[in-house]
Design a protein around this ligand. Structure first.
Ligand code: 4NP
Length: 168
């Protein structure tokens, strides 16, 4: 028997996706996860956001290359970049890191041991792709953005299923 989560007690389930700049991977994860939640008519049961460990792009829209690649698959990305903060660990139920460096940075930022238990690796939700992190596409060509979207679509669907089934 799975442990009940926030959804069972009629509370919103709050998910924060985190990468380095919050202009490529995490806003794409946010947009894809929003799309899945909306498709399932569950919008009022979720709070979904994204942030970066680096604040240098704060206020910027997602990278044009990612916006174009995402829109091609039907995801409009409208997020404004912001830096992750330690208070996010109080607000969110899950804080999901795209790669190992994001994971380490979040571990250091977490205000308590309990808060570190909210941190997960996005790649841990992959089932068919054999890769342990979501690669940074910033210095890649269009194939890098396409790969990131492939990985995020699978991970987001599996994450959604786990939450709905109270497995997380
Ligand atoms: P993201 O990609 O972490 O997926 O948003 C990057 C964005 C910006 C930089 C690196 C990665 N940068 O070096 O500015």
């Amino acid at each position: 028997m799975n442990t009940p989560n926030q959804l069972n007690s009629n509370k919103k389930y709050k998910v924060l996706f985190v990468c380095l700049g919050n202009i490529c991977r995490s806003p794409a994860a946010e947009g894809i996860f929003r799309h899945i939640v909306k498709e399932n008519g569950m919008e009022e049961h979720f709070v979904i956001d994204s942030a970066g460990t680096y604040g240098g792009h704060a206020g910027e829209h997602p990278d044009r290359r990612m916006r174009t690649a995402a829109l091609y698959r039907g995801y409009g990305l409208t997020h404004s970049s912001r830096q992750v903060r330690s208070l996010d660990f109080l607000d969110f139920d899950l804080v999901i890191a795209m790669d190992d460096q994001n994971y380490e940075d979040l571990m250091h930022l977490a205000p308590s041991v309990e808060a570190t238990h909210k941190i997960r690796r996005m790649a841990s939700f992959l089932t068919t792709h054999r890769i342990s992190y979501i690669p940074d596409p910033y210095y890649s060509g269009s194939e890098g953005f396409s790969l990131v979207l492939d990985l995020l679509e699978e991970a987001c669907q599996n994450l959604y299923d786990k939450i709905i089934n109270s497995e997380i």
